[in-house]
Design a protein around this ligand. Structure first.
Ligand code: PAF
Length: 278
């Protein structure tokens, strides 16, 4: 597996890969890899000739009081996991390499960022759009892979690609879960032992809410009640919206999504379903 640290090294690899007539799948990550990331690599490998993974903790998507400095990092471990999963190259730029100068152009997410995490983390999705735009151009990826756990991110990136005709496809990977239902996340390492025991209740609350909704009831209050009783976390939001428009008017698929703030970890989770097919 190649380790590419600079834009020039990445571009050279892309040039050679394209010259050989091979397609490129991109798995963008912030590292501290888990099975969710590796399942995206697996999907990317099955659909492309070559797979490049970016590992970059992107300062542009963290707010001033968020966890940029203490976001978990372990490049040696990531390198082994990425290689074991069959990644062809990892792109691990420094902040200066990615952002050598102050941007003169701003990319701003639209109304899809006004709800869920976007409403709680102003500017977060603008920062995500900034880095993925650069990664999409630098890697010339034919397909890029994102997990459903970050469903709002996925929907907003799909809009970026559609609105600006990026010559690539965005592919969705299923949320990968621990045996007890907790969605895998790099931030799970921040949970205390007691919080880790409580965390599977997030998925249980989502399932309960979905069933209530399908029975014609408003799920938000019962879910709030359930999470308040079963976890020590503070509920940031619980919302039911259309997916991927993220409007209140559910036409096709629905997303039931929540965020819970534990002492050191803010966990998000969601389920997407078609109310007409359930
Ligand atoms: O989902 C993530 O890990 C990040 O938001 C991403 C897409 C790698 C951009 O920094």
């Amino acid at each position: 597996m190649l380790i590419l640290q600079t834009v020039d090294e990445l571009k050279k690899w892309v040039r050679e890969t394209k010259k050989a007539g091979e397609t490129i799948g991109l798995v963008p990550t912030m590292g501290f890899l888990h099975e969710g990331h590796l399942s995206l690599v697996e999907k990317a490998k099955s659909e492309n000739d070559r797979v490049v993974m970016s590992i970059f903790v992107n300062p542009a998507q963290f707010g001033p009081n968020e966890d940029f400095d203490r976001y978990p990092r372990d490049l040696d471990r990531d390198r082994q996991l990425a290689e074991g999963a069959g990644t062809d190259a990892i792109f691990v730029p420094s902040v200066e390499e990615m952002y050598p100068r102050e941007s003169q152009i701003k990319i701003t997410a639209g109304a899809q960022a006004d709800v869920l995490c976007g409403a709680k983390r102003p500017g977060h999705f603008d920062g995500v759009l900034k880095v993925v735009t650069k990664l999409f151009h630098l890697t010339e990826a034919d397909m890029a892979y994102f997990g459903q756990k970050d469903a709002q991110q996925l929907a907003i990136i799909e809009s970026l690609v559609a609105d600006f005709n990026f010559p690539m496809a965005i592919r969705r990977g299923d949320t990968v879960r621990e045996e007890d239902g907790l969605a895998k996340s790099s931030r799970n390492v921040y949970l205390s032992a007691a919080e880790r025991d409580e965390a599977p209740h997030l998925k249980k609350a989502l399932e309960m809410g979905k069933n209530l909704f399908l029975q014609g009831q408003d799920p938000i209050a019962p879910m709030t009640d359930y999470l308040t009783k079963n976890t020590s976390g503070k509920i940031d939001y619980i919302e039911l919206l259309d997916y991927p428009t993220l409007t209140a008017d559910i036409q096709n698929d629905a997303i039931l999504a929540l965020a819970v703030q534990f002492e050191k970890a803010r966990l998000i989770d969601n389920i997407i379903f078609n109310p007409k097919e359930n």
